[in-house]
Ligand binder design. Structure first.
Ligand SMILES: O=P(O)(O)OC[C@H]1O[C@H](O)[C@H](O)[C@@H](O)[C@@H]1O
Length: 648
């Protein structure tokens, strides 16, 4: 038996421890540029025209589609070229001047359900917005949004619908995809989450030694971690959610670095801990190793038994058979579906289960309601797009990257509780739009996919804002709230603590837009030699989102707003924002290295010549130097994979 060796853990129960491919798909969205109507209006489960809506293609090999004679890359359209020309006109204008035009400023704002969006500090005029709407029409944005809503298989490479909005549909709604009402499935699982979370919270569901389960460790990575972690942080200091979570603890184990296990478990008692394994595929190597590590931890504390696993381990996954194989009770498996992308899964059981256990199901429902509200704004494509917040934000994203050439973008929530929001949006956007070909497989000859990063204000100001003011231009999003989750006034201070925060929130966008001229520096009496170092060019774009208060509802609104911004950009760029093939190569190579490390360390086999000299020397150095963790009975790839034992 292999040993589970974790220094410091008591062992009990006898356990030691430029291609232009034209392989086309008949139903996909590049048809946005076709002359025919690409996507039917919002009905699923049937076939309209030549587009399969909500149904799997019959065979693995996509039948070739004749190349439409009028297909062109979006960058080859007149609408795109007009924007390229317009960008050079905009280059002659400075935000300092643009901001003088009150009429312009007042026209560049939109409001929806308590979200106030001001984009007057973008390097745009009213003409720019009109030209962007024209581009959206040319890209058939509205048809693509409707196709997404209807459950068409717009994720063409994986032949899947993209339906995370169905996760927050109202109970009485209905959407039939692949012959199934997905909304009914969603609510079946939500009811299961409600029932199970209430049993855990009330102490009805107890651990193997009879103790209530007060702590949860959610084990997952990527989309199975970042969304729930962001929402958890946003809820933590919401007064009502805080009350609902009294006496409970929620931790996330994501990194396969064993130190993350140590950090998660060191203050916890296994007897009072529920492990939630979150993995859409239930094959992610890191998550499964951490899941097995958690199982060993539970066993090392309470003895090796199926009962311990049954009572202390549950799972959220779309791969139910693999969960069962792991030993988790199918009744404690919370399903989601292949039409929920990992990075879009926080509204599924992925977020619902850990967050409902921590904060109560009603709190999670308010979060879903907030997201649903913005979904309604996004899907309301019959109304003028000028009022569609995700569309506006998406078009501005396209403008800044593809036309003004700003390759990165920063997100600054002036709310500490949103500290994990930038990291979540980083995955949502960079994994979605980090692509190099169109839906048809043609190379894109225009910039797509920004580098997203961010930090809450004002902390970011004292870290990387120097570059934002004087270095490269990085379009910024500022998110602020009228009411603080924790209002604090200190006697004798000129402003409340939240006002101090918000003073910076209002100041930074103007500092970026206006900058500081040499004349202004001189007027301050600065010495001439210092002036070049003090001048800031300004003309640095940003947008501002102002909401009432960061509560679960607003958290859901922000999530949906940014999810849909990403989709809008992908739709305009004509790329698939819903697959992530680039991640695969690293996984395959890691598998080879894992096998090599096993063979060299335990069976003395030399490092294969298949690895290049750099990797070989690095591995050799690593193997020579490492001390500490050895197994009594190592896994033998040659023997154990033959007998069916999996190295994962
Ligand atoms: O939820 P899982 O199947 O374990 O996947 C976890 C993560 O794995 C991969 O790295 C994907 O690129 C992510 O999109 C995904 O969220």
């Amino acid at each position: 038996m292999s040993a589970f060796v974790v220094p410091g853990w008591p062992l009990r129960g006898g356990v030691a421890g430029s291609r232009r491919s034209r392989a086309l798909y008949p139903h996909h969205g590049s048809a946005g540029l076709l002359r025919r109507r690409a996507f039917p209006r919002c009905t699923a489960g049937d076939v309209r025209g030549s587009y399969t809506v909500g149904r799997r293609l019959p065979s693995e090999t996509p039948p070739p589609l004749p190349v439409p004679t009028d297909y062109v890359l979006i960058s080859e359209t007149a609408e795109w070229r007009r924007l390229v020309e317009h960008a050079s006109e905009i280059d002659r204008l400075h935000l300092r001047e643009l901001m003088q035009d009150v009429d312009r400023v007042r026209s560049l704002r939109a409001e929806y359900d308590g979200i106030y969006l001001d984009y007057s500090r973008q390097r745009v005029t009213k003409d720019t917005i009109e030209l962007l709407f024209a581009l959206a029409r040319r890209a058939r944005l509205v048809d693509k949004i409707r196709a997404m809503q209807s459950g068409a298989h717009i994720n063409v490479t994986e032949r899947r619908a993209v339906l995370h909005t169905a996760l927050r549909a109202e109970r009485n709604a209905s959407l039939v995809v692949d012959g199934t009402d997905v909304v009914r499935d969603v609510w079946r699982v939500l009811d299961h989450v409600r029932e199970f979370s209430e049993r855990v919270r009330s102490g009805e569901h107890r651990g193997a030694t009879g103790k209530p389960l007060r702590s949860v460790i959610a084990v997952g990575i990527g989309g199975s971690y970042l969304g729930p972690d962001f929402v958890h942080e946003a809820f933590r200091t919401d007064p009502e959610a805080f009350e609902a979570a009294r006496g409970r603890h929620l931790h996330f184990l994501s990194n396969v670095d064993p130190v993350d296990i140590k950090r998660c478990t060191q203050d916890l008692s296994a007897e009072e801990t529920l492990i939630v394994i979150v993995s859409k595929s239930f094959t992610t190597a890191e998550t499964l190793l951490n899941a097995r590590a958690m199982r060993e931890w539970l066993w090392s504390e309470m003895g090796r038994s199926d009962e311990v696993v049954r009572l202390h381990m549950v799972a959220c996954s779309s791969n139910v058979p693999m969960v069962e194989k792991f030993g988790i009770d199918p009744r404690n498996t919370f399903e989601f579906w292949d039409w929920v992308g990992g990075r879009y899964s926080v509204c599924s059981a992925v977020g619902a289960l850990p967050l409902s256990i921590q904060y109560g199901f009603p709190t999670f429902l308010r979060f879903l309601e907030g997201a649903r509200s913005v979904d309604a704004n996004f899907y309301d494509v019959a109304s003028p797009l000028a009022g569609n917040l995700p569309v506006i934000m998406g078009l501005l994203g396209v403008w800044n990257l593809s036309f003004l050439g700003y390759k990165s973008r920063a997100l600054h929530p002036y709310a500490e509780a949103l500290l994990k929001f930038p990291a979540h949006i980083q995955q949502v956007d960079m994994e979605s739009n980090g692509k190099h070909v169109t839906l048809r497989g043609d190379d894109v000859d225009y910039a797509v996919g920004e580098i997203d990063f961010g930090e809450p204000g004002t902390n970011g100001q004292h870290s990387f804002f120097q570059l934002l003011h004087m270095g490269q231009t990085v379009p910024c999003d500022f998110i602020g709230f009228i009411e603080s989750q924790y209002p604090l006034c200190i006697e004798g201070e000129p402003v409340s603590n939240a006002d101090e925060l918000m003073a910076n929130f209002f100041a930074q966008p103007d500092a970026l837009a206006y900058g500081k001229t040499a004349a202004e520096c001189r007027a301050e009496g600065r010495p001439e030699w210092l002036i070049p170092h003090l001048v800031t060019t300004g003309n640095r774009p940003s947008l501002t989102l102002l909401l009432q208060r960061l509560d679960p509802y607003a958290t859901g609104q922000l999530l949906a707003l940014y999810e849909h911004r990403t989709a809008v950009q992908g739709f305009i760029w004509d790329i698939n924002s819903f697959d992530q093939w680039g991640v695969e190569l690293g996984k395959v190579l890691a598998k080879r290295v894992r096998k090599q490390l096993n063979e060299s360390r335990y069976f003395g086999r030399p490092i294969s010549e298949e690895f290049n000299a750099s990797t070989r020397d690095l591995m050799e150095r690593y193997l020579r130097g490492q001390v500490g963790c050895v197994f009594n009975e190592p896994f033998d790839y040659h023997r154990d994979t033959d007998t069916g034992r999996s190295p994962l």
